[in-house]
Design a protein around this ligand. Sequence first.
Ligand code: CO
Length: 359
Amino acid sequence: MNKTTLAMLKELTEAHGVSGFEEEIQSVIKKHLPSGTKIEYDRLGSIVCKKEGVKGGPRIMIPGHMDEIGFMVKFITDQGFIKFSQLGGWPDQVLLSQRVVIRGSKGDVPGLIGSKPPHFLTAEEQAKVVKKEDMFIDVGAKDKKEATEQMGIRVGDPIAPESPFGTLKNWQLLVAKAWDDRVGCALFIEVLKALQGRRHPNAVYGVGTVQEEVGTRGGQTCANVVEPDICLVAESGIAMDVPGIKPEESQGKLGGGPMIYVLDGGMIAHRRLREFVVGVAEKKKIPHQFGLLERGATDGRPVHLHARGVPSIFIGVPVRYIHCHAGIIDAGDFDHTVSLMVETVMRLDAKAVRSIGGE
Ligand code: CO
C-alpha cells in the first residue's frame, strides 16, 4: 500500500459521518477522486462518481456507504448530561468510557460515555452488562444551560466515536474506527484511480451512499440514479480469527484476501456473477476467501432488487472488531480487494454481462 492510500484511509476513517450526517465524508471523497470523474447526486446526500470506459457499455455500480454507526442527542438533563439514541447497531458492552464527539451548533464538543460508578452497583447489577439506556455522555457541562447555550448542543445533533487512526507494531495492520464502510469508499476511489487512462468495456459508478446502517436507504435511491447492470458491493467483511470463535462460525481471517460473500441477511450472491468473480481471482492468483453472514445486510439488498433485478455480489475487506470503537484491517487485504475489483471490471463487457444476467 502506498503512502497516498494510507493517508486517504486515515482521513476517511477519522472523519465524522454518522447515518444522516455524511457531508464531511462526501467532501473527503471528492478531494481524492481522480480528475475527470463525473459527479452526480441523489437527493439524500449520496454521491455518484462515474468513469466511462466505452459509450453505451454496461453500467457497473460499486457502492460503499459513507455513514458509520454512531449516536444522536436525545435529551439533555438538568445537570448537563447527554442522553443518546443509537444510529446503527452498537453492542452495549463496547460503549462504556469511550470518547465521542458531538457535532453541536457551535462546533465539536468532546465527551465521554459514562454510567453509574461500579462501586455503587449491587452484586446483581455488576454481573450484568450496563444498557445503553442507562448510559449518558459527560461533556463536563455544569448544567443544562451550559450544555445548550455555551456548548451549543441540541436534540438531534450527531455523535461519532473519537478514535484516531494508527497501526499496530506491524505497520500493515491498520487500526481505526468506521472501517464499515470507509474502507468501501476507499475501495471505489482506488478502483476509479486504477482505471484512469485505461480502456475498460463499461461505465463504472463508484457510489458513496448514505444511511446504510439504518436500513440501506442510500443504496435504494442510488440504484435509481445509476440504473446498474451489475453491482459489486464494496464493504467491510467480518474477520473472526480471534479466540472464542469456532472455525465453522466464520472463515474470514486477516491476511486471507477479499471475502466473497455467498450469502448475507439481505442477499444471496448472484450465482453466475459469483462464479465470474471467483474465476477472475483464480486466474489472476488473487488470494480470496468466502464469507457467509446470516444476519445483517448491505446496500446489495436494495440494489439487487432494483427494477428487474441486478446481479450483485458483496465483496469485503476483512475487519476484526466491526461495530466497535476501533477495528483492524490488513493493508494487503485492501490492495488485493482493489485488484480483484479492477480485474473484474476489466472483464465485464457487454457479452459477459449478458451471459451473467442470462436473458
Ligand atoms: Co457496512
